[in-house]
Ligand binder design. Structure first.
Ligand SMILES: [Zn+2]
Length: 190
């Protein structure tokens, strides 16, 4: 009996996650994992207000859930949408206030998209450079932004949950700065 109760509690712990009910609704079911998610933009006051929120961290438990894998898959479908392609995306842009970003690694062979959980920028280079930026959440606009040319990021490895660190430069460093700003409620137009 006691063993049974412990198993039930463990099962409940795995089943529960940090995702709010509205977030669960937005992420949808695993069967919808190829579907593009609606982008939150600065054109709608309520959505802009949401984009201004500071995103919460993901837990190890969240990462084991179906919701997490569906969310990743749908974020990929959204950033690769041929009608509106991007080079990076942050979960708040699809209405999920969690610290998850996807970045196209132009500094790696094959330029793959990679996900980063709870990423923070540990160090910004003093050297900066102006560059053109656009954002899926600020449609129809582009502007120049001053960014560090190199950053050191720390994040959770999505398989091992170990803390990981990476030093990134060039355009990929700009994407990391842009996407991590989203997690702090900041848009490039700020
Ligand atoms: Zn953006």
């Amino acid at each position: 009996m006691k063993k049974c109760l412990i198993s039930l509690l463990l099962l409940l712990a795995v089943a529960c996650s940090n995702f709010s009910s509205i977030e669960k609704y937005r992420i949808g079911k695993p069967g919808e994992s190829e579907m593009i998610m609606p982008l939150f933009t600065n054109q709608i006051p309520e959505e802009l207000q949401f984009l201004r929120l500071k995103a919460g961290p993901l837990s190890r438990r969240d990462m084991k859930s179906n919701l997490y894998s569906t969310l990743k898959s749908r974020m990929m479908a959204t950033v690769l949408d041929t009608a509106n392609t991007g080079v990076g995306i942050a979960a708040p842009q699809v209405g999920i206030s969690k610290q998850l970003i996807a970045v196209q690694r132009f500094d790696k062979e094959g330029e793959p998209f990679e996900f980063y959980v709870n990423p923070i920028i540990e160090n910004y280079s003093q050297e900066t450079q102006w560059g053109w930026e656009g954002c899926l959440s600020v449609p129809g606009e582009r502007d120049t932004v001053l960014r560090s040319t190199q950053v050191v990021i720390t994040y959770r490895d999505q398989d091992t949950w170990e803390m990981a660190r990476d030093t990134v430069s060039g355009f990929t460093a700009v994407i990391f700065q842009h996407e991590i700003d989203h997690l702090n409620g900041k848009l490039y137009i700020d």
